[in-house]
Design a protein around this ligand. Structure first.
Ligand SMILES: Nc1nc2c(ncn2[C@@H]2O[C@H](COP(=O)(O)OP(=O)(O)OP(=O)(O)O)[C@@H](O)[C@H]2O)c(=O)[nH]1
Ligand SMILES: [Mg+2]
Length: 232
């Protein structure tokens, strides 16, 4: 199998079918699987995913119970994935699946970590208001300064990596943070990173899960990762 696309979900029942439709089109001709990892959503996203999985063997649905966590959901999806390459993609259609083939190509040309990026030439955050732009700018700069990460868009939730490289760092990962790319990148040893531009789309259905709690969690994730960098 070439690629496993892992999509974490929380209350995305209105988005999942369309997401799968777009992914099927882009991945046509490849050997792939799509894994929906749902945190027991009250809107029954898991049931929608399970129905889709019954109709299509390339789709797998995971219903997690217990404490909710975006990071741990992705780690679980990557762990059970069968693809040589594992990709993480939001389920709310904000990540453009059309760049997946270019991302895969970059990996096959020697990169270790390929990131769908809003902050390289050709990429954009779309129609964000200035407040969201400023918050994202600050969070990005903090990650670059505090963790010493050399990625233009370290906050991206859209990336892919070889599964063997993921397994290599898995035991060191902490899934409590919202930003799992940052966690994986900080734990890999000098990964060759390549960023592919894309335009962040607007959320059409469902609601954002970005809350104050998530933002505070981000600060504690940065503190932990900075200690990793300094070896303390
Ligand atoms: N399994 C799981 N998925 C989650 C959790 N929180 C968010 N997600 C999913 O992670 C993805 C990103 O969450 P979003 O709320 O869209 O975050 P965002 O894209 O940074 O914010 P917006 O631009 O406002 O949408 C979406 O597919 C969510 O459904 C969680 O606790 N568990
Ligand atoms: Mg989103």
């Amino acid at each position: 199998m070439n690629i496993s696309v892992v999509c974490p979900t929380l209350n995305e029942s209105q988005n999942v079918s369309r997401l799968i439709g777009e992914l099927k089109e882009v991945l046509q001709g490849m050997d792939y699987e799509i894994i929906i990892v749902d945190d027991d959503s009250p809107d029954r996203t898991w049931a929608v995913a399970e129905d889709l999985a019954k109709q299509n063997p390339r789709i797998r649905a995971v219903r997690r119970k217990g404490p909710r966590s975006l990071g741990w959901s992705v780690i679980e999806g990557f762990t059970i994935a069968r693809g040589e390459v594992v990709a993480c993609m939001d389920a709310d259609l904000q990540h453009d699946p059309a760049i997946l083939p270019r991302m895969l190509e970059a990996l096959s040309h020697g990169s270790d970590l390929v990131v769908g990026s809003r902050y390289v030439c050709g990429g954009s955050v779309g129609e964000w208001r200035w407040t969201r732009r400023s918050e994202s700018w600050l969070a990005t700069k903090l990650a670059q300064w505090v963790v010493g990460i050399r990625i233009c868009d370290p906050m991206s939730g859209y990336f892919l990596v070889r599964r063997t490289d993921f397994l290599h760092v898995r035991e060191r990962l902490n899934g409590q943070g919202f930003k799992i790319l940052l966690e994986i990148a900080a734990n890999m040893e000098c990964p060759q990173v390549h960023e592919i531009p894309y335009r962040f789309r607007n959320r059409i259905a469902g609601e954002t899960k970005l809350s104050r709690r998530v933002m505070f969690g981000y600060i504690s994730q940065l503190c932990r990762l900075s200690r990793l960098k300094t070896g303390k």
